[in-house]
Design a protein around this ligand. Structure first.
Ligand code: COA
Length: 149
């Protein structure tokens, strides 16, 4: 298993992974998010997987992903996901370690991430890899609300 930068040919595999790992939401346009991400710090969009066989052009097997972002002040972590059948084998930790190292290289001093209230089971994972619950409440406002129909 290797962690590497996302490539264009990974798109379908990553969208499928997000669906299976439960990080997608019906109202999110994840394909558009990926396209935007490719324009901004693309080196912070990582996948974990097995290399594609020599001579082939497909994505190979994608087992995990994480999308990082640096806003100039803090680094942010989005869409961390590992294939359900491959969880608890160190892939999430490896993705986060590589993301952290790339963030450090860009001068990021602190990473933040949000966990949905209905997914607090993942808190134990984040604590294991050194994150702490900062007991903050998150506010948001859609400036262009998604079509939820
Ligand atoms: C959260 C997630 C990415 C973790 O990835 P993973 O590959 O399973 O995690 P790892 O195997 O690297 O685990 C690292 C450590 O955390 C522990 N851990 C992982 N998931 C855990 C859980 N749900 N509860 C308790 N401990 C957990 C592992 O046992 C391991 O501990 P160790 O170092 O003592 O062996 C994965 O469970 C996932 O994709 N979940 C669904 C999507 C999701 O909720 N993403 C996060 C959105 S905020």
């Amino acid at each position: 298993m290797k962690v590497r930068t996302y490539r264009e040919t990974d798109e379908h595999a990553v969208l499928d992974l997000w669906e299976r790992a439960g990080v997608s939401r019906p109202w999110l346009d994840l394909r558009a998010e990926i396209h935007e991400k490719r324009k901004r710090d693309p080196m912070l969009f990582l996948v974990a997987g097995d290399d594609r066989p020599k001579g082939t052009t497909g994505p190979g097997v994608i087992l995990g992903s994480v999308m990082g972002a640096y806003d100039g002040r803090r680094g942010w972590v989005y869409h961390l996901a590992v294939e359900p059948d491959h969880q608890v084998r160190g892939i999430g930790r490896a993705l986060m370690a590589e993301l952290e190292s790339r963030m450090v290289a860009q001068g990021v001093r602190k990473l933040n991430l949000q966990v949905r209230a209905d997914n607090l089971g993942v808190a134990a994972f984040y604590e294991k890899i050194g994150y702490t619950d900062e007991h903050l409440t998150s506010f948001g406002k859609w400036l262009k609300p998604p079509d939820r129909t």
